[in-house]
Design a protein around this ligand. Structure first.
Ligand SMILES: [Cu+2]
Length: 563
């Protein structure tokens, strides 16, 4: 959970200048609120303000933002849209048990489209991989390769302010660039959507996804260097579901009873357009985190969904830039989490809430069979996100949830050939003066320091010295969470000594499946164990708070051939 004390240790005097530490432990900066945040009836998480360095003297030339008063819009008046299934251009969509064949080919084109966000708003211009946000859902089968041509037909001018001081987003670069990453896919490096391998409007790129991996809820999204936060905020994301025979046999709810739910918060202007906040400094508009007062589910503001009194399977995705969601149901009923980032858990876990940070997924089954006639909201803490309207009769009864879902062997720490300590740390950068979060004190462009051997297993220990949860995502691989242990972050920052407090705790059952993104808690060492399988080459690992990733909280790693 979030640290309520908001302890911040600001290191002034440059990002790597050890020894010139100015400790301001306990100081919580009072910061100017964005007009949109002031207008929001909700108290914005103080998370959002942490570390915002707002230059006072620079007058912005941007027009004054007139915020949309989201609270005044009626809730639950729009039905939940379900993104369409992507249509392949060479063959009908994969069928269960179909023989393996040449790659199924899709052509997905990025364009600006009008999106119906709320009944009482004009359509909002957004960016999509089709006609909708999220884009079309790719339905794939394990082991059956998928070939996608990603076309960029966006305009050449971005509709959000570019920060040219960020790495890779210089004024000499095209404003609009895209690089599509399939989050959770095990792919050769040239198809992974490397942040620097972007396309500009008018260009397209071919990618082949071998999908030699288990059934899982993956998603695709933009990853272009320095602007992925803007591109995703504009709408560039979608679901990519991999299914397999083992999962088919479980009899989980399917068809109209299986629904993807992408949660993302946004800010809007009064005219219904998306608003992305800026620092107030036109030369360096980056802000460290973005929190919106408009909660979108599948691109719609607080929608409703008519359901039958029976069990449904929901693929939940946190597609927000910064916000960690804590989901629960308003009638306090429990539900079952059956899967996480990289597929099914060993068994359904009964839960009352699910906490997802940006990038993470939860596969859940909610049984409405005892709730006929009820209206139930799915909430983030006490904040209503969407409403289920439970009907009186079920068309078809759901099969009972299986007691076992699949076998996952726990990977013992003893098989790791190497342990790497990764320090997550934040600094006050000198020029421009603003917060900077780094992995191991290194920036993106510095030489690769993580070079695991193909088919070797390593432990990565993330020591988070900050007061934020940083969801850390590794491309290419799946991993297991070994444990978490609290440590004295102040002591570490002052002396470099890693003093643990208490004993390590095992992850909850919902985190004992295969993961690709892990919440690293404040002042905690989070250990994962990962086997580097599949391909050699260069990939990235990064914080999935998109504003952090854009400002250096992202590093390359390189899988190398066995010596
Ligand atoms: Cu972060």
């Amino acid at each position: 959970m979030l640290d309520s004390t908001r302890r911040k240790l600001l290191l002034d005097g440059g990002w790597c200048a050890a020894g010139v530490v100015v400790s301001q432990t306990g100081a919580l900066k009072a910061l100017a609120l964005d007009p949109a945040q002031q207008s929001a009836g909700h108290s914005m998480s103080d998370h959002s303000m942490a570390g915002m360095a707002r230059p006072a003297a620079v007058a912005s030339k941007r027009p004054v933002h007139k915020p949309l008063l989201v609270d005044r819009l009626e809730k639950f008046v729009d039905p939940l849209p379900v993104p369409p299934i992507a249509k392949s251009v060479n063959a009908p969509a994969h069928a269960a048990g179909a023989p393996a064949r040449a790659a199924t080919t899709y052509r997905l084109t990025m364009r600006q489209v009008p999106v119906h966000v709320h009944r009482d708003l004009p359509p909002t211009p957004m960016w999509s991989y089709g006609e909708t946000v999220p884009g079309p859902t790719i339905e794939a089968r394990s082991g059956q390769p998928v070939h996608i041509e990603w076309g960029n037909e966006l305009q050449v001018k971005h509709f959000f302010p570019i920060d040219h001081t960020l790495h890779g987003a210089g004024a000499d670069q095209p404003e609009v660039r895209t690089a599509v990453h399939v989050h959770g896919a095990k792919v050769p490096p040239q198809y992974d959507g490397y942040p620097e391998a972007w396309q500009k409007p008018g260009e397209s790129v071919q990618a082949i996804y071998p999908l030699k991996q288990d059934a899982a809820t993956l998603w695709y999204h933009d990853h272009a260097m320095g602007i992925e936060r803007l591109n995703q905020y504009a709408g560039l994301f979608g679901f990519f579901l991999i299914r397999d025979e083992a999962e088919d046999k479980l009899g989980l709810p399917k068809g109209k009873y299986e629904i993807p739910l992408a949660f993302a918060d946004r800010l809007f202007s009064a005219d219904g357009s998306l608003y992305y906040p800026d620092s107030g400094d036109d030369a360096a508009p980056w802000v460290p985190e973005v929190y919106g007062d408009a909660m979108l589910v599948n691109g719609t503001l607080t929608p409703y969904l008519d359901v039958e009194p029976r069990a449904y399977r929901f693929r939940m995705l946190n597609a927000a830039n910064s916000r960690t969601f804590v989901f629960s149901l308003s009638n306090h009923q429990s539900f079952h989490q059956i899967g996480s980032d990289q597929g099914l858990l060993v068994a359904p876990v009964e839960v009352n809430q699910v906490q997802l940070s940006p990038g993470e997924r939860a596969d859940v089954v909610i049984d409405f069979s005892h709730a006929a006639g009820q209206r139930i909201t799915i909430n983030n803490l006490s904040w209503e996100l969407m409403q289920f309207r439970v009907g009186q009769a079920a068309g078809a009864a759901a099969q009972p949830l299986p007691q076992a879902l699949r076998i996952i062997e726990r990977v013992p720490a003893s098989v790791a050939v190497k342990t790497r300590l990764m320090i997550l740390r934040e600094y006050m950068d000198r020029e421009p003066k603003r917060m900077l979060m780094l992995l191991n004190g290194t920036r993106w462009h510095e030489p690769v320091t993580e070079r695991p051997e193909l088919d070797s297993t390593e432990i990565w220990s993330f020591a988070n010295t900050t007061a934020d949860i940083h969801p850390i995502h590794l491309h290419l691989v799946r991993f297991q969470v070994l444990d978490r242990q609290s440590f004295d972050a102040d002591e570490y920052l002052l002396s470099g000594k890693l003093n643990y407090r208490g004993v390590p705790t095992l992850p909850p059952m919902t985190e004992r499946g295969w993961k690709d993104t892990v919440q690293t808690y404040p002042e905690t060492v989070t250990r994962i164990i990962v086997r580097f399988e599949g391909y050699v080459g260069r990939y990235v690992w990064h914080c999935h708070l998109l504003e952090h990733a854009a400002n250096e909280m992202m590093r390359p790693f390189e899988v190398v051939a066995k010596a």
